[in-house]
Write a protein that binds this ligand. Structure first.
Ligand code: CP
Length: 352
């Protein structure tokens, strides 16, 4: 791979990168993590550089890991609340003096800093599936600096990278690892699909044996499923879908149960714009909860994964979340959260 292959590139979706490039990012993340543990600092890598972070949605992990990451690399992360600037809006969705066209915002910020990171999904785009992705792509079209996806309605590429680093740390690699991404029950239907979609894209790209477990109404984007099948064939891994929660967890090395919304919640033509129907669908599957009894059916050294925040006592029992040590299976949720920091430092070091 060319040394500067990633310099200047946007990081919007894992599908924009080759397996070799993703493996290089993970290697850089491991190195940054190990060196920081040894007291080697990296504050010369992005010295005097600025990352603009635009959050249309809430965040604990994403905001703080990007902000801490920029500090550790010697730069500055600047938090932007879309309601406190003129809210960036696509052409045709502008409101006089309360919004500003994305093309203008992107070009202004490009004159002042070295990258723009954006989180946008759900309510800010009125649950129009793909609406947030289009907003980020429009930023990327106009910005002269890299645009980073801090979660849109299709992809959460930094969460997926942190998840892959966590799997690698636990199993030494990806070959032969049984990775199960499963739906789990939550009282809230307003859960984007980005985390499960990014997880299965990376897991199939990197050659794991991937199972997607979900009730029939909780299907994911057909284009993402097709891409996973293609990746699994190319990487000599495997990909299957089951509608049986217990079948998905039995024998898995990595167990990743979390809620995501049913298609009915999205605006037409993708969905039906029907939150009540979505709630009724969800409530049929309250038994999809990750318990210690289910974890006992996974591989003996299995890891329980979640991007957080988790809906304790609904998606997962408190015991499963909090059992962060062996013997036997263990929860690695805080390792995943920490690894957000290291993978984001790696990508920022390489693209900015
Ligand atoms: N996992 C994740 O993206 O967390 P936040 O929503 O807190 O950023």
């Amino acid at each position: 791979m060319k040394t500067m292959s990633l310099r200047g590139r946007d990081f919007l979706a894992e599908t924009d990168f080759s397996r070799e490039e993703i493996e290089s990012v993970l290697a850089v993340a491991e190195r940054l993590k190990q060196e920081r543990a040894m007291g080697i600092y990296h504050d010369n890598i992005l010295r005097s550089k600025t990352l603009f972070m635009l959050f249309y949605n809430q965040s604990l992990r994403t905001r703080n890991s990007f902000e801490a990451g920029m500090t550790q690399l010697g730069g500055h992360a600047h938090f932007l609340d879309p309601n406190k600037i003129y809210t960036p809006a696509l052409e045709g969705k502008e409101v006089a003096y309360s919004t500003e066209r994305v093309s203008d915002v992107a070009r202004v910020l490009s004159r002042m800093g070295e990258a723009i990171a954006i989180r946008c999904y759900g309510d800010p785009v009125e649950w129009e599936y793909g609406g947030a992705t289009a907003l980020l792509r429009e930023f990327a079209k106009w910005a002269d600096i890299p645009v980073l996806n801090m979660e849109d309605d299709i992809y959460h590429p930094f969460q997926g990278l942190a998840d892959m680093l966590t799997v690698k740390e636990n199993f030494g690699g990806f070959k032969g690892v049984n990775f199960t991404m499963s739906w789990a029950y939550s009282p809230s239907v307003h859960k984007p699909r980005a985390v499960p979609q990014s997880a299965i894209l990376y897991a199939t790209m990197l050659g794991m044996n991937v199972t997607l477990a979900r009730p029939p109404e909780m299907e994911l984007d057909p284009a993402i499923i097709a891409q996973c099948q293609e990746y699994a064939a190319a990487s000599s891994g495997s990909f299957r879908i089951t509608e049986d929660f217990a079948d998905g967890i039995a024998g898995a090395h990595a167990v990743y149960p979390k809620a995501w919304c049913p298609t009915a919640i999205f605006k037409p033509p993708v969905g039906e714009d029907d939150p009540q129907k979505s709630q009724e669908i969800f409530d049929k599957y309250q038994s999809w909860k990750c318990t210690e009894e289910l974890m006992d059916t996974a591989a003996h050294d299995a890891i329980y994964m979640h991007c957080l925040p988790a809906d304790r006592a609904y998606e997962v029992s408190n015991y499963v979340m909090d059992k962060t040590e062996g013997p036997g299976w263990k929860s690695v949720i805080f390792d995943e959260a920490e690894n957000r920091l290291h993978v984001q430092k790696a990508v920022m070091s390489l693209v900015m």
